[in-house]
Design a protein around this ligand. Structure first.
Ligand SMILES: [Zn+2]
Length: 508
């Protein structure tokens, strides 16, 4: 069979309501249930043909095509087996019910459909590549950083949303056609709002038509081109009109998404070459590499945004570019100073050796870690994984010690008397010969405990926490009731706050 005989599908490369977007012909994705970051769209696959939007057949191929573009991007960005929390193949449910929403719940990606209250058009969340690759981004971040799922911090919850939006941007700008159109729309300067920076245009319009002009920006649910600057989320209101910042993760995430877009623009400007679309594609690949490396290693905690920003700067090899990126984060208020010191400080402990490849730490190494973390009752050590040493460079072993923080008071709602997990983090640097030479410790302090308490009070005020349930959590039942978290009685007899799902939005 030659190229012209191959069956072709039609898909949107960007959000269906993205200004000027149109259907393009494409080959149907193949082998999606094999290899890294594999997925399966539930239901029988219709024969690959050029279907009309708003049909079941079109939705199947549109959803599959967007997830496949994500699969290919993440296979490049995160080498290795690419296995999700639910297993090697992530299920995706094209129509999970009636709503203007989509969510990931550690079992599947679920997309909803509804009708725009004003235009009476059908709105399929699964038809928007922005929405689909955002949800896939939640699942990717969960796979590489499962400890962030339950972390009781405003900035960690907001980071999950920022990473979802960045995932949508990274997948979009991997398409030279979209990079080209973003540059045409902005006359060559992507510091201006464009079809890629604007996220979930169609869903945003439907949200405004249903809940009013404060519920979403005009023109998109969110826009990565924004001027929001950092402020402690504990000082922000629980909710606010879309034009201003609140502590709610989908609102607060825009500070970090905006800063990462600034990073993308700075890298684009530093990328030479007459083909500017190709330069934007390359700049986006580099931004994605930095964001993933920082997401993999930044320790969980109250000031997660700042820790992420410092990791991005430290990962940047070119000193002039590192300084430009530090300045971008400083302008956003994410760094206290544009000078970012090295992560690790000299710390020799003669005889303490790195664990051999694939093995756990020796008793001597565990003692060395505990000594540096300081005393804690019942803390459990967990390794984040080792970066194997490149020749002549040190390897870094990272991990955390998890501890329970118990909450007491009616203001915690159903979480009164339950615990949340907070973490002490460590990073140990080893010489090429495998000996401990440098270290860094982030011990969870009062600031982290206060942030965790404030975050749970926020969830309680928003009625997000379900009373104790039998396990395993029924995330679909919890989602219908608007409960993103539940108090779970765990095997060790402690009641802990656990997340059940993470959504495109948590309003309504
Ligand atoms: Zn989300």
């Amino acid at each position: 069979m030659n190229e012209t005989d191959s069956p072709r599908i039609r898909v949107f490369l960007n959000d269906p309501a993205g200004r000027g977007d149109r259907l393009v012909e494409s080959s149907p994705p193949e082998g999606t249930e094999a290899g890294p970051w594999a997925f399966r769209v539930e239901g029988k696959a219709p024969g690959p043909r050029a279907y009309e939007p708003d049909t079941r057949e079109f939705l199947y191929w549109q959803l599959s095509s967007a997830l496949d573009r994500g699969k290919r991007l993440w296979a490049r960005r995160i080498p290795g087996p690419g296995v999700w929390i639910p297993g090697p193949v992530l299920p995706a449910v094209a129509v999970a019910g009636e709503d203007l929403n989509a969510y990931y719940d550690r079992k599947a990606l679920r997309f909803f459909r509804d009708v725009d209250a004003k235009t009476e058009q059908i709105v399929q969340a699964g038809e928007s590549p922005d929405v689909v690759t955002h949800e896939q981004g939640h699942a990717i971040l969960d796979a590489i950083r499962p400890d962030l799922w339950d972390a009781p911090h405003f900035e960690v919850a907001a980071f999950h949303e920022a990473f979802g939006d960045l995932a949508a941007i990274f997948v979009a700008l991997a398409e030279p056609a979209l990079a080209d159109r973003a540059l045409k729309e902005t006359r060559g300067d992507p510091a201006h709002s464009n079809l890629v920076s604007r996220l979930a245009e169609e869903l945003g319009a439907a949200v405004r038509d249903r809940w009013g002009a404060d519920a979403a920006l005009p023109g998109a649910l969110r826009d990565a081109v924004n001027t929001f600057t950092y402020t402690d989320p504990k000082g922000l209101p629980d909710t606010a009109p879309a034009q201003s910042l609140s502590a709610e993760p989908h609102s607060f995430c825009r500070v970090l998404t905006g800063a990462c877009w600034d990073v993308l623009v700075a890298i684009f400007r530093a990328t030479a070459g007459p083909d500017r679309s190709a330069a934007l594609v390359r700049a986006c690949e580099q931004t994605a590499a930095l964001a993933v490396a920082a997401a993999e290693t930044a320790p969980s905690g109250a000031d997660f945004f700042g820790r992420f920003a410092r990791r991005v700067v430290r990962q940047t090899r070119d000193p002039a570019l590192a300084s430009a990126l530090a300045d971008a984060f400083f302008q956003r208020g994410l760094l206290a100073s544009p000078e970012v010191p090295p992560e690790l400080s000299p710390d020799q402990d003669p005889g303490v050796a790195a664990p051999p490849e694939g093995e756990g730490p020796s008793p001597a190494l565990v003692r060395a870690i505990q000594t540096r973390l300081g005393p804690a009752r019942d803390g459990e050590l967990l390794l984040l994984g080792t970066r194997s040493a490149e020749p002549g460079r040190t390897g870094v072993l990272r991990g955390r010690r998890r501890r329970d923080l118990f909450l007491h008071g009616a203001e915690y709602g159903p979480a009164d008397g339950a615990a949340v997990e907070i973490s002490d983090a460590f990073a140990l640097g080893f010489t090429a010969a495998g000996l401990l030479a440098a270290s860094r410790v982030h011990r969870a302090e009062d600031r982290d405990a206060n942030d965790a308490r404030a975050f749970v009070r926020f969830l309680a005020r928003r009625r997000r926490i379900a009373q104790i349930r039998s396990t395993p959590l029924d995330s679909q039942q919890l989602a219908r009731a608007g409960h993103s978290h539940a108090i779970v009685l765990e095997a060790d007899g402690v009641r802990r706050l656990r997340r059940a799902w993470i959504a495109r939005k948590e309003t309504s």
